[in-house]
Design a protein around this ligand. Structure first.
Ligand SMILES: Cc1cc2nc3c(=O)[nH]c(=O)nc-3n(C[C@H](O)[C@H](O)[C@H](O)COP(=O)(O)OP(=O)(O)OC[C@H]3O[C@@H](n4cnc5c(N)ncnc54)[C@H](O)[C@@H]3O)c2cc1C
Length: 335
């Protein structure tokens, strides 16, 4: 009998019965890897009462889903999630395991890799297969973003990576909603776990920067907090979100959750406004996949103009105020 090839796994992150879109992005890139490896793409779905999500996982390309449901897994906690994933990985021995580089995924991946005594490459931006050696090539920025390093994990399995939201596109939802379902029953005991969830305090405002269709971003050239209020006004008029460079964040003009770039978030909006941003590589890696980039900078030699679809040499404030006025007029909003 022909031995089945070790599989490519994707951790399906879900919260309160909704799958995070980054899981689909990982299924998309995972599918490409399975073509080169001639193996199966599998989703790993764990939680409580989440079986209804399985068909969605299939429809984005998974051929097999490993499902574990247990009351202990109702909310994310590191230890029970880690134990469950490690149990599955020890039993089924995947070749590759991709995990979203979200707060949850980053927390989980380290514990899983340590328990399985394998390597983990964090925040990869490219994934491909060395066809000769059948190894996963995991590429990510290194040395402050000055070089791209390709990392391999030749001796241990699975080969593990975390991938940030929006690094890869969401694939088409074009696959059958049915596939092979492996329902694992795992014995988990609540009393074993020291961390308990006693409540949940939602944030006043959730910033949806990664999936915003319009991002109005500002850098050091904005000059202060007041400038960012203006960017906020423009973002609201465009149903978008405000982004920022690291320098603007470290100046205390806006909070970290707005930071775009290597040590911030990756975005792929339809329109990205770059106001007073020089366009250093560490910022560009977080926004260069935007569909249309509009840059306003008073320095005509600013690097941002190399990747801008529309470049305006001048003062950002003049352009921003004119745009706000125009949008208000169109929307018939009183001054
Ligand atoms: C390890 C590492 C990780 C990093 N991670 C990130 C990251 O995640 N995100 C990030 O953004 N950076 C990151 N950085 C920092 C990055 O290298 C740059 O320093 C930063 O992106 C520059 O921010 P800036 O464009 O706001 O500032 P500057 O480079 O100072 O540029 C300001 C720009 O504003 C223009 N300007 C000034 N006044 C006006 C005006 N009135 N109108 C129009 N234009 C004006 C100037 O001409 C200039 O081009 C990282 C650096 C390192 C080493």
């Amino acid at each position: 009998m022909r031995k089945e090839k070790a599989e490519v796994w994707v951790f399906i992150e879900q919260k309160e019965g909704q799958i995070k879109p980054v899981s689909f992005e990982l299924l998309g890139v995972g599918k490409k890897l399975t073509v080169d490896l001639e193996t199966k793409l599998c989703g790993v779905l764990i939680g409580f009462k989440v079986k209804n999500l399985v068909s969605e996982v299939f429809s984005y390309g998974a051929e097999k889903v490993y499902l574990v449901e247990h009351p202990v897994l109702r909310y994310y906690r590191h230890e029970p999630f880690r134990d469950t994933v490690v149990y599955l990985a020890r039993k089924y021995k995947p070749d590759i395991f991709l995990i979203p580089a979200t707060s949850l995924g980053r927390d989980l991946a380290g514990g899983v890799a340590t328990s399985l005594e394998t390597g983990l490459t964090a925040d990869v931006t490219e994934l491909s297969i060395d066809k000769e050696k059948k190894l996963l090539l995991m590429t990510r920025p290194a040395y402050g973003g000055n070089i791209m390093a390709t990392i391999i994990c030749p001796e241990h399995r699975p080969q593990m990576s975390t991938v940030r939201p929006r690094v890869f596109p969401i694939p088409e939802r074009k696959f059958p909603t049915k596939g092979e379902l492996v329902e694992e029953k795992i014995e988990l005991k609540e009393e074993v776990y020291s961390v308990k969830r006693i409540g949940f305090i939602p944030k006043e405002k959730i910033i949806n920067l990664e999936y915003a269709e319009v991002v109005v971003a500002g850098g050091k050239g904005i000059g202060g907090k007041e400038g960012f209020s203006l960017l906020g006004e423009l973002a609201r008029l465009l149903n978008g979100e405000v982004g920022a460079t690291r320098l603007a964040v470290s100046a205390g003009w806006i909070s970290y959750e707005h930071q775009v770039g290597q040590t911030g978030k990756t975005v792929r909006p339809k329109v990205y406004f770059a106001f007073g941003i020089s366009g250093k590589i560490q910022h560009r890696v977080g926004m260069q996949n935007s569909d249309f980039i509009i840059a306003v900078n008073k320095d005509r030699l600013a690097e941002i103009f190399h990747i801008a679809d529309l470049g305006i040499v001048g003062d950002w404030k003049v352009f921003c105020l004119a745009l706000i006025e125009r949008l208000k007029r169109e929307k018939k909003i009183e001054k």
